[in-house]
Design a protein around this ligand. Structure first.
Ligand code: FPP
Length: 239
């Protein structure tokens, strides 16, 4: 960390747990699907805002490994919205120079969705304005176990020594190997927990919990959080 970093708190990466779609819909007497639909619109608005604010990386928790346990109807609504998003909304982002990455367990998803994900990643790989990382069928404990298995396999094969295993090697084998750790983690909807999201990567992130439900989250609130972040003292365990 340089002196300049400590004064201004450099901001590169914001990660968000987008929570509260269901409660937003319930408050209005609408089905949960209406909350998810509005939530998907806000995904696009906040991605635009992040680009405008000069954020370099935005990681959004779109669907967790645990979300597969929701009712078949709700899973189907979310997958439907995702298909629409991958086919329509992504175009605007592509034109704006956004690189798009996906993290999570792809084998759980339908093959047409996975195909589209690979296509988008390939088509946007040279974009350099904002990297949007979408966590889809993602679970952090699963990611950590998968990484431990990859390392154990390398060790068993004799490709690495025990002494080679360190924080950098582990980080470089996670789904997030191509992106820096989040500076800011935001969770909407008033819940104050991490829910199996980026557990390794948020070791030194600044945490923000807002009562705002995700469909009501705005660029103005994002700006307020960034302003507060700049006033926080990040010590990374030092005095
Ligand atoms: C939490 O609301 C939200 C999710 C399950 C994931 C976020 C999904 C979206 C924003 C919509 C689709 C996204 C894309 C990228 C197209 P909740 O249902 O847990 O709300 P609740 O806690 O109030 O019930």
């Amino acid at each position: 960390m340089t002196a300049e970093d400590s004064i201004q708190n450099k901001l590169s990466h914001i990660a968000i747990i987008m929570d509260g779609n269901g409660r937003w819909a319930k408050k209005r007497g609408l089905p949960r699907s209406a909350g998810h639909k509005k939530g998907a619109e806000v995904v696009q608005e906040i991605t635009r805002a992040a680009g405008e604010l000069g954020v370099k990386y935005l990681t959004l928790y779109a669907f967790s490994t645990e979300n597969w346990q929701r009712s078949p109807e709700e899973v189907s609504t979310l997958m439907g919205l995702l298909r629409e998003y991958l086919h329509n909304d992504i175009k605007e982002l592509q034109e704006k120079g956004v690189r798009i990455l996906f993290i999570g367990e792809r084998q759980m998803l339908d093959s047409d969705i996975v195909e589209q994900m690979y296509k988008i990643e390939d088509e946007t790989k040279d974009n350099a304005n904002l990297t949007l990382c979408i966590a889809l069928s993602y679970g952090s404990r699963q990611e950590i176990v998968a990484t431990a298995k990859k390392i154990a396999t390398l060790f068993r094969r004799g490709d690495i020594e025990l002494e080679d295993i360190d924080i950098k090697m582990f980080s470089d084998m996670l789904y997030t190997k191509d992106i820096p750790d989040p500076d800011i983690l935001i969770r909407t909807s008033g819940e104050c927990r991490i829910s199996n999201y980026l557990l390794w990567q948020i070791a030194y992130s600044e945490l923000f919990f807002t009562p705002t439900l995700w469909p009501d989250f705005t660029k103005a609130e994002l700006v307020k959080i960034i302003e507060e972040y700049k006033t926080r003292e990040r010590r990374y365990g030092k005095v």
